[in-house]
Design a protein around this ligand. Structure first.
Ligand code: ADP
Length: 286
């Protein structure tokens, strides 16, 4: 499966431009992390990809054909986990998935539901009403409805919000498992979510693509721009963005990114988070 996005722009009726001339090429199998701060345009891009919104300009094509011309066909091949969606509290997990399967037009719905329940470890909860579930279990139901019918393109918008660390790890494993033979796009503003599992990253900020490539390439771009210093040695310096402060026996040690590191800063190897913050902070300066 190949998704080509070309010169895609989206301006909401309010006049707010959420995306500006996006060009991207996505192909399966792949687990792609879409990173960006809140308000960057991630959800807008995902809604355009599922044909939930019409772009103001530009084209999305799937396997060489425009998305709009094969919307119905694509819906069967697509699983979407939106940022906010209402689960039907009074339905049981199975009833909800049955309803979603009907909406998707899935033929062998019993088998499809059982498979989705198994993949998301919801067997014990299939007869429970959704209102009785924990936050993590509700997220699992959201993922189960996305993978119903085994779609080839999965889009997850901030699926790990509100999960505890253990649940986050098991979700990450689930995503990488799913990506073995599918195209999975995972939007998040949490670096740990993409760090160990994504082989391709897209960073979006203020409606523009700021980076597309491997995590190693993102890190390579920040070499020489990340350093540490003791807070007491700090002198006033413009353009130094502190990314963390840690209390140590030697006092407070700061980690920072900058276009040019001042003399009092000792250069260190960038981590993925540094590289991301460096990219975003550069954009803020420009
Ligand atoms: P993200 O998912 O990265 O947090 P969004 O795509 O939700 O970003 O939003 C991008 C920008 O578009 C933000 O400035 C947001 O306020 C604006 N926006 C999102 N949805 C709408 C809408 N329906 N009407 C007007 N502006 C919107």
């Amino acid at each position: 499966m190949n998704v080509e996005i070309s010169k895609l722009s989206m301006t909401y009726p309010s006049g707010k431009t959420a995306l500006r001339e996006i060009n991207l090429s996505l192909s399966s199998p792949n687990l792609i992390g879409l990173l960006g701060p809140n308000g960057a345009g991630k959800s807008t891009l995902m809604k355009l990809l599922v044909a939930g919104l019409l772009p103001t300009e530009g084209v999305i094509s799937v396997d060489g054909k425009p998305l709009m011309k094969q919307e119905r066909l694509l819906k069967a091949r697509l699983g979407y986990f939106p940022q906010s969606f209402g689960l039907f509290d009074e339905l049981t997990v199975w009833q909800f998935l049955d309803y979603m399967a009907a909406l998707k037009g899935i033929v062998n719905s019993k088998e499809a539901i059982a498979a989705a329940i198994q993949s998301t470890n919801l067997e014990e909860k299939q007869k429970a009403k959704i209102r009785t579930l924990s936050g993590g279990q509700r997220q699992r139901v959201g993922i189960a409805q996305a993978i119903l019918g085994n779609p080839h393109f999965l889009i997850f918008d901030e699926p790990t919000v509100g999960l505890d660390p253990e649940e986050r790890i098991s979700f990450r494993n689930l995503f990488s498992q799913m990506a073995q033979d599918r195209l999975v796009l995972l939007s998040t503003h949490i670096i740990e979510d993409v760090q160990s599992v994504c082989n391709q990253l897209i960073v979006i900020h203020q409606g523009r693509i700021r980076f597309a490539g491997t995590p190693a390439e993102l890190i390579a771009g920040a070499v020489g721009h990340v350093g540490i210093f003791r807070e007491k040695d700090r002198r006033q310096e413009a353009g130094l963005h502190i990314t963390s402060r840690v209390n140590t026996a030697q006092g407070i040690v700061c980690r920072a990114v900058a276009e040019e590191l001042p003399d009092f800063v000792e250069q260190v190897e960038p981590a993925l988070e540094d590289a991301y913050l460096y990219l975003i902070s550069r954009e803020a300066i420009q």
